[in-house]
Design a protein around this ligand. Structure first.
Ligand SMILES: *[C@@H]1O[C@H](CO)[C@@H](O)[C@H](O)[C@H]1NC(C)=O
Ligand SMILES: *[C@@H]1O[C@H](CO)[C@@H](O)[C@H](O)[C@H]1NC(C)=O
Length: 343
């Protein structure tokens, strides 16, 4: 067990009260074995061993890379270290999509990291689109139990024909179980893996209040130990033979990472209770009836407003009146609210 791994295990123990650090056993590939540049060539810096690279954002451009193939299901993963200090207005995205091939009916699965002003933590969101359902966003937003700019952490998207799991290190943070009533909203066409850094000053930080400040450029996101473990295919071939990936699908479903153990489920529950500050499932202004895959937990629901955001508001918090009896969860709530977007 290396030092970083030890620290990750320890941070999982401290913040989620669960000790588990079973290795996420997947083989990694060098960049040139599965990836190509997407944009901003001059801002993509490769390590000599080709296992790591940096994506830079400066005044001229952001940058990005993508997998050379599309995949019909699989496990997609990278260790990522985000830019530090002043990162307002910046988005680092790590995601699956097929928008280049299916313009109007694309599928997508996202990790999107949202920069913040100096001294404030990175936040991130996960999202899903299926068959062009861009008017039905399924965003969840969270803070993290560690500083993602200090060291590498593994971010993973598992996509099978039965479920989707977003992992951070070994902690599953979100699972979407396929439900027939979701229809085309469940991603079902081959997708590629993408990673980008770009200037999203319009919306990334407090709804666009804080812009990217190029005094702090270049902003650098580092990627290493990339994983592409899926059924690579030509998207047009799928129409001819949809069964080409059956074997891989069986293998994926049998894999350890496709099933959430009771212990992991506990960690997921704790993560979501402490760090999720927005869920589309509780946003009744947007969805008067939650989409069918939402599992509404009445206890959890009471913590959210009809906007899908946490109820606790730091400016009117109860902590000021009774500072001595603030519970740990109130302290955590306060921290999450501080990071909440302002509309
Ligand atoms: C996806 O959308 C297209 C175009 O709207 C539609 O023809 C097709 O039936 C949809 N597929 C699924 C699986 O819902
Ligand atoms: C699908 O969603 C519906 C509506 O929420 C639910 O009643 C049903 O049990 C779900 N089916 C599966 C297989 O999860």
């Amino acid at each position: 067990m290396d030092f970083i791994r030890m620290k990750i295990c320890l941070s999982v123990l401290l913040f989620l009260n669960v000790w588990f650090c079973t290795a996420f056993d997947v083989s990694t590939i060098p960049f040139n074995k599965g990836f190509s540049h997407l944009f901003g060539d001059a801002n993509i810096l490769h390590a000599t061993d080709d296992n790591s690279l940096q994506l830079h954002l400066n005044q001229n451009t952001g940058s990005g890379f993508k997998s050379s193939d599309l995949y019909n299901h699989g496990l997609f993963s990278a260790k990522i270290k985000l830019p530090s200090d002043y990162t307002a207005g910046i988005v680092v995205a790590f995601y699956m999509t097929n928008q280049d091939v299916f313009k109007k009916t694309h599928d997508e699965l996202d990790f999107e990291f949202l920069g913040n002003i100096k001294g404030k933590a990175w936040r991130f969101q996960t999202n899903m689109y299926g068959n062009g359902s861009t008017h039905r966003g399924r965003e969840e937003r969270y803070t993290l139990w560690f500083d993602p700019s200090k060291e590498f952490h593994r971010y993973t998207i598992l996509w099978t024909n039965k479920n989707i799991i977003f992992y951070i290190d070994d902690v599953p943070i979100r699972e979407i179980v396929r439900n027939d009533t979701m229809g085309g909203d469940y991603p079902s066409k081959p997708m590629g893996l993408y990673a980008t850094i770009w200037d999203a000053s319009d919306w990334a930080t407090s709804g666009g209040k804080y812009k990217t400040n190029y005094k702090y450029a270049p902003f650098i996101a580092e990627f290493t130990d990339l994983v592409l473990n899926g059924c690579a295919m030509d998207p047009l071939e799928q129409v001819v033979n949809p069964n080409n990936c059956d074997e891989k699908d069986v293998e994926l479903q049998k894999a350890v990472f496709s099933r959430i153990t009771p212990r992991q489920r506990m960690a997921m529950k704790r993560f979501r209770a402490k760090y999720m500050y927005y869920s589309y499932c509780y946003d009744s202004l947007r969805y008067s009836v939650p989409p069918t895959e939402c599992e509404i937990d009445p206890v959890e629901q009471r913590r959210f407003k009809e906007t899908g955001r946490l109820k606790f508001n730091k400016h009117h918090g109860h902590g000021h009146r009774h500072p001595k009896i603030r519970s740990t969860s109130q302290v955590l709530d306060a921290r999450i609210s501080e990071n909440e977007d302002e509309d």
